[in-house]
Design a protein around this ligand. Sequence first.
Ligand code: FAD
Length: 390
Amino acid sequence: MSKVIVVGAGTNGVTSAIELKKRGHQVTLVDPGPLPHPLAASTDISKAVRAAYGPDEDYTALAERCIELWRKWNSEFGVELYHETGVLFVCQHPMRPGDFEYESCRVLEKQGHRLERFDSFTFHERFPAFAPARFQDGFFDPDAGYVESGRVVATLVEHAKSIGVELRERAKFVALNENDDRVHGVVLDNRHRINGDAVVIAAGAWTPYVLPFTKKFLQATGHPVFHLKPDKPELFLPERFPFFGADISTTGYYGFPLNQGVVKIANHGPGREMSPDSAERVVTAEDENALREFLRSTIPALAEAAIVYTRVCMYCDTNDGDFWIAADPQRSNLVISTGDCGHGFKFAPVLGEITADAVEGKANPFLQKFRWRPEIKSGEAKEAARFAPN
Ligand SMILES: Cc1cc2nc3c(=O)[nH]c(=O)nc-3n(C[C@H](O)[C@H](O)[C@H](O)COP(=O)(O)OP(=O)(O)OC[C@H]3O[C@@H](n4cnc5c(N)ncnc54)[C@H](O)[C@@H]3O)c2cc1C
């Protein structure tokens, strides 16, 4: 077995470290910390777990498998990290072929999901926080929900340590230690070197900055996140206000039920390109005005609610919205595991396995989808729920 260095202890890195350790490799996990890192995309109060992926049956199948595994993790770790409160996707117009909602419905019904459908009347009765008559169509999928992502990473880091992963906190990767076409290890910011037989870079949105050659196909984008304190919290309990996407592929807006006393609303849109360490990484007045406008038209009960926390969370974008988990053709013992495009956390239960297969050069059906593909140009494709204005 070999010695593997994993750079980055967000969800991609820590799950890869655990899986590689379980397969008998000696594993060192490097992160500046503290963990979960406060600026990491994985560190948040909630991330959605949905099987709805428009026409993309690969992601739906992978998400279905993950939902089973999230249920298993709840019992294995003895804590409810995954809350199966269902997900709701609604639209102002009747669903049409080609729409995210229509295609998701078609695929999920084919998969046997117990979907609930709505018209504007039944919808408002069931979910009274939304503006009456705002939505004409939509569906609720009960076999889905959200996870407490920061707690998941904290739990996985402890688990990694308990099975013998060597954790190097307060250590920052600055360069590959390489010559010719082989990587021999990593160089850290304190000039220490760690030697290894293989390196996994799972540095999320920092990846194009720590490995500049990846800027050709990876881009870091910032996305506004808001936590609001509702005046009527009872309206936002999960049974009346589950995770929702409101015409998500044409507005970007989505949100979560009341959690830790707040309602989180964010936007799955184009975002702003920036370095994760940039001073620009703050929510702007423009972001807030757009949010208020959305709330006034869609969730009036939240329109004037106090914003108690904001954050710009970072995506590591690829040109087609699919993940990037692949060995570098120039350096076969370097694997990059990133490219979340704002929808990767739900796949935590399988990301380690897919990345470990890439390290070991093993066949995995998803490694084709997440392969090394610099030929794909921006705008050629996108993840079905993503709002990407022309
Ligand atoms: C606003 C927003 C909403 C999202 N919502 C959802 C959702 O609802 N559902 C879903 O499935 N997914 C969602 N995602 C996507 C999800 O957050 C990501 O898929 C996931 O968190 C990516 O994990 P990661 O490990 O790649 O990156 P990160 O979690 O960012 O971790 C990267 C790690 O690398 C470390 N690092 C950086 N530089 C170095 C260095 N030089 N040396 C060592 N370590 C380094 C950092 O400290 C950090 O710990 C969302 C993302 C955002 C931004």
